[in-house]
Design a protein around this ligand. Structure first.
Ligand code: INI
Length: 155
């Protein structure tokens, strides 16, 4: 008997996604938003099925993520933020709290919540991860959203 295999299809057609974006470091997060939207649309999502939600900072992303996840309106929630370590004393705390909260919301709600929050040591590193030489973490999170939504549909 052959093994059963479940793997994600990278097709975002009909996928409804909430894109949560923090205004803090918006020159970076706006690039993450462009990367995430571009990824979803290029994989078949319709612009009309994407909802962009701006929140003050990374700390506020989980609150909006919870509301979006339990609303029943979205197949996935993609969190986009940028926390620069050199710029604040509490960056580690923000990163830890946000990533734990996002995982908990996904598990509790059953709706995938993808973490596209850039955590960088410096502004330069933040720029590198927001659409320059180290790619675009927004795109990566959106692609992971497409894949996991497809996997969960098959389980
Ligand atoms: N918010 C961020 O999204 N990135 C940061 O780097 C950051 N720093 O450096 O402090 C940041 N702080 C604001 C925070 O997310 C909240 O908006 C604020 O604390 C109000 O709750």
């Amino acid at each position: 008997m052959s093994r059963k295999l479940i793997e994600g299809q990278l097709n975002a057609q009909g996928m409804r996604v909430a894109l949560l974006v923090s205004r803090f470091n918006s020159f970076l997060t706006s690039q993450l938003l462009e990367g995430a939207s571009d990824c979803l649309v290029r994989h078949g999502a319709s612009e009309a099925d994407l909802t962009v939600v701006w929140v003050p900072g990374a700390n506020e992303i989980p609150m909006a993520a919870k509301a979006a996840a339990v609303s029943g309106n979205y197949d996935a929630v993609v969190a986009l933020g940028a926390v620069i370590r050199g710029a604040t004393t509490h960056a580690d705390l923000i990163n830890t709290q946000v990533s734990r909260a996002l995982s908990a919301i996904a598990l509790e709600s059953g709706v995938p919540v993808l973490n596209g929050v850039v955590s960088a040591e410096s502004l330069e590193q933040g720029i590198e991860r927001s659409g320059t030489k180290a790619g675009n973490k927004g795109w990566d999170a959106a692609l992971a959203a497409i894949e996991i939504v497809s996997v969960l549909k098959q389980l």
